[in-house]
Design a protein around this ligand. Structure first.
Ligand SMILES: Nc1ncnc2c1ncn2[C@@H]1O[C@H](COP(=O)(O)OP(=O)(O)OP(=O)(O)O)[C@@H](O)[C@H]1O
Length: 255
């Protein structure tokens, strides 16, 4: 489904992603782990067109996405969430979800916000779908609240719902459990399992919480200083002394 070949990107003298290759098969939930600054988010930024690769290719179902803009890549079927949740905080939950549906339909942000004629024809259909989506994500009762006023776990859920409203085949989740309490993390694991099945997704997941990786991922790839240092079964990889050393430096505790 998603094939990354020899991806490299430098910033000045620093090679943030160095010869990264990765295959995400249909239906996979794969983890990317590695210490801070390893290049994980840069890899996501390359896949989603925020940065252009210096070298390498990104193929979705055999089609080369390298060098395309974020909008085009989103319409081709790759959606993502961000390490620091990105929502329209001063807009309601409803407007956040409805703008994502309009993005999928090729309507502009301002069309959606100001309800211009272009978008009116399909408004009823979009409203129906948006409501169904909010109900699915347990956010329907919150629809008139400002996104920034939601509890953290619900903001994360809304961000994932927004990503799915663009109808992706591949979903990239950048540290979805960051900042969550243990109850929220358990809820998140259940949510990712459910949407994986319901929306027929392949998922690539950056995560520092190892329980999340171990419970969800069928494969994991470890990055350090931009390079892949290990890959394979999550339980084996997280027990690999090379991986433990990369995470810990000279400290003694495990992952
Ligand atoms: N736009 C940029 N300009 C300069 N350096 C950058 C840029 N983006 C990333 N970097 C550098 O590239 C390296 C990799 O950063 P990246 O954010 O990809 O790491 P990460 O593995 O996601 O880390 P974390 O787990 O802390 O989020 C870091 O040294 C970072 O400072």
């Amino acid at each position: 489904m998603l094939k990354i070949e020899n991806l490299t990107r430098s910033f000045g003298g620093l090679t943030a992603v160095d010869d990264l290759s990765l295959h995400l098969e249909t239906g996979d939930i794969q983890g990317i782990i590695g210490p801070n600054g390893a290049g994980k988010t840069t890899a996501f930024n390359l896949i989603t067109g925020i940065y252009r690769p210096d070298q390498g290719r990104i193929l979705l179902d055999g089609q080369d996405l390298s060098g395309l803009t974020s909008d085009v890549i989103s319409r081709r079927g790759i959606a993502r969430t961000f390490q620091n949740i990105r929502l329209f905080g001063k807009m309601t939950v409803w407007d956040n979800i409805i703008t994502a549906f309009h993005q999928r339909m090729g309507h502009g942000f301002w069309d959606a916000v100001f309800h211009l004629p272009l978008f009116k024809s399909r408004e009823r259909e979009v409203c129906k779908e948006s409501l169904a989506f909010l109900e699915r994500f347990g956010l329907a009762e919150r629809r008139n609240e400002l996104a920034e006023n939601l509890p953290y776990g619900e903001q994360r859920r809304l961000e994932i719902a927004r990503a799915l409203a663009t109808n992706p085949r591949v979903l990239l989740l950048d540290e979805p459990a960051a900042g969550m309490n243990p109850t929220e993390v358990e809820g998140l694991i259940g949510l990712i399992r459910d949407i994986h099945r319901e929306f027929d997704l392949s998922i690539l997941l950056i995560e520092h919480h190892m329980p999340v990786v171990l419970k969800l991922c069928n494969r994991v790839q470890v990055m350090d200083f931009g390079r892949t240092i290990a890959a394979g079964d999550p339980h084996e990889v997280t027990g690999d002394p090379v991986v433990i050393k990369a995470y810990l430096g000279d400290e003694e505790d495990g992952l």
